[in-house]
Design a protein around this ligand. Structure first.
Ligand SMILES: [Ca+2]
Ligand SMILES: [Ca+2]
Length: 192
């Protein structure tokens, strides 16, 4: 069974017009079996190429997601850091009492007060990220923002302190890919 007369095209590719003309006279075409074998060979050859391509696309998304996550972390950190050191900076709360004060929420809506000191954000979490007025950033669905606030040692700010100090560390963590990926930014708030 003759399916295609591909001989001429193939030989023109290989040897130019002279062979193409000769081919016209002697060509008998390819059988169905030959065509099927060729298709299978091409398909098998393409598999690793497609795998490498898809892996590259997948890896190519990661830097973009890191950029988005970093931007989201920075956005929240910039909201938090201008707040007061403590509800009462003269007499700060003990480490075990860090957190929102009575009647406070981040958005301050509808009848509550806004967070007004950095440790109000302790254990704050949201998914998707939200604007300060509570509006969901639906374009960032899949990202989660979480805040940790702790006193840290005045001589070693990498160490969490179990007593009151003049420094609170604010750490914003953003996760994505169902929590398998994360990035974080942190800053110190001093009590001066
Ligand atoms: Ca407060
Ligand atoms: Ca507080």
């Amino acid at each position: 069974m003759k399916i295609f007369n591909l001989c001429c095209a193939r030989r023109r590719f290989l040897a130019g017009n002279r062979l193409f003309n000769r081919c016209n006279r002697f060509s008998k075409g390819f059988s169905l079996a030959e065509v099927l074998v060729a298709v299978v060979v091409i398909a098998v050859a393409l598999v690793p190429v497609i795998m490498v391509f898809s892996q590259g696309v997948k890896q190519g998304k990661t830097p973009q997601q890191i950029t988005v996550a970093t931007m989201l972390a920075q956005d929240l950190l910039e909201e938090i850091m201008p707040k007061k050191f403590d509800e009462n900076p003269v007499n700060p709360v003990a480490p075990v009492s860090l957190g929102p004060d009575t009647g406070e929420t981040r958005s301050g809506l509808p009848t509550t007060r806004n967070y007004d000191d950095v440790d109000d954000y302790r254990n704050y979490t949201e998914s998707p990220p939200r604007e300060v007025d509570g509006t969901a950033m639906t374009e960032y669905t899949g990202y989660t923002r979480t805040v940790a606030v702790d006193y840290v040692s005045e001589t070693n700010v990498d160490t969490v302190s179990s007593v009151i100090t003049r420094f609170k560390r604010v750490r914003v963590t953003v996760t994505w890919d169902n929590g398998t990926q994360s990035t974080e930014l942190e800053a110190l708030k001093g009590n001066y």
